[in-house]
Ligand binder design. Structure first.
Ligand SMILES: [Fe+2]
Ligand SMILES: [Fe+2]
Length: 365
């Protein structure tokens, strides 16, 4: 010790540990920071820009609908879903925070009632008045473009009383909770396949309208075994008719956002502000012109509601049409180029970053 002459040595050699020190560290599950440093942030490969074409998704969901009745599914989620996987080395979801799936329920089928810690929403693709998601005692019809929340720890089942197969997008914060935070999912099956319908249709919406009960219908803060200071999201249906009308009013009267076009956010009805869930935020975006490039550390996942176009992500061009799903990775420079008019459903984990004062967004220089 103290005998070395640093000037004559390769700096790397200065970090060479004696065999004794090395084995002391290793046998006690310790590692020096300068060796750990390069592994920080490299546990996964990172997300990649990616697109799933609707015709491929449709063929896949038709196939699994033919092959597997919901009633045959093993205990667990008991949902018939095709799950897009990000090619950046993910084998369970489209991103490391947000999961998207495409679910089908055949005429007469029920996806049985359960509840879990993950927040979820449904965005109806092929729906109808008689396709219902039952949440917290109320039947919510799922017409095309309707968005229905099934918040954390609320019972929910999906019941198809129509004569057509119903298809929708499931969006959950599963990978954030299960993989990124590496915690367990609280999960429970209802004793009945269909939970009892105890509320009339429109009940939940009525509790969060312009005239509200002085005491919120949903008492006691966050349901289930969880704690926190964010306002719980109620069971709620945003009808596509209303959302589209708001978008049209914006397009007629307002200036578009340079990056997102005419954009409206789905608010948490309890607060009147976004995000819809503490972990995920959603917006409907009407694009009429090419947008300006920007980048941000939150992920952007899109479902194409109407129209076609291209989203440029770095050097890649994701060419999309109606019902395609695509993902823009973190920190990737991107902009949209619609072919005429297009409407997208935008999904992001931005609220997670904002909770920690870590959201960052900029335009390329
Ligand atoms: Fe569920
Ligand atoms: Fe963006």
């Amino acid at each position: 010790m103290g005998q070395q002459e640093p000037q004559e040595q390769d700096p790397e050699d200065l970090l060479e540990l004696s065999d004794d020190t090395r084995s002391l560290l290793e046998s006690n599950d310790l590692r020096p920071l300068w060796e750990v440093e390069d592994d920080l942030g490299n546990e996964s490969e990172g997300l990649e820009a990616d697109i799933w074409k609707w015709e491929d998704i449709q063929a896949a969901i038709d196939g699994i609908e033919r092959d597997v009745p919901i009633a045959d599914l093993p205990p667990g989620f008991q949902r018939r879903v095709a799950v897009p996987l990000n090619t950046g080395g993910y084998d369970n979801a489209i991103s490391n925070t947000i999961y998207v799936g495409v679910q089908t329920v055949s005429p007469g089928e029920t996806a049985p009632s359960h509840r879990h810690s993950a927040n979820a929403l449904r965005f109806a693709i092929d729906g109808s008045e008689d396709m219902k998601t039952v949440v917290a005692g109320e039947e919510f019809p799922m017409k095309d473009g309707d968005l229905v929340t099934t918040p954390q720890w609320e019972w929910h089942d999906h019941v198809n009383d129509s004569d057509e197969t119903a298809t929708w997008l499931d969006v959950l914060d599963l990978p954030l909770v299960l993989d990124s935070l590496n915690t367990r999912q609280a999960f429970e099956n209802h004793e009945l396949e269909r939970q009892p319908v105890t509320k009339s249709q429109g009940y939940w919406e009525s509790q969060y309208g312009r005239a509200r009960p002085e005491e919120q219908a949903q008492e006691g803060g966050i349901p289930g075994p969880f704690q926190g200071d964010r306002e719980a999201t109620p069971p709620y249906r945003f009808s596509w008719q209303d959302t589209l009308q708001t978008l049209r009013q914006r397009a007629e009267n307002d200036e578009p956002d340079p990056h997102d076009g005419y954009s409206v956010s789905y608010v948490n009805p309890a607060t009147g502000s976004p995000p819809l869930f503490p972990t995920m935020s959603f917006r409907a975006q009407l694009l009429q012109e090419e947008t300006d490039p920007h980048f941000h550390n939150a992920v952007d996942i899109y479902f194409v509601i109407e129209g076609e176009g291209v989203t440029h992500v770095g050097d890649e061009a994701l060419e999309w049409g109606e019902r395609d799903i695509f993902v823009v990775p973190r920190d990737a420079i991107h902009h949209h180029e619609p072919d005429g008019e297009a409407i997208l459903l935008g999904m992001t984990d931005r609220p997670v970053f904002e909770s920690f004062n870590l959201y960052a967004e900029a335009e390329p220089q």
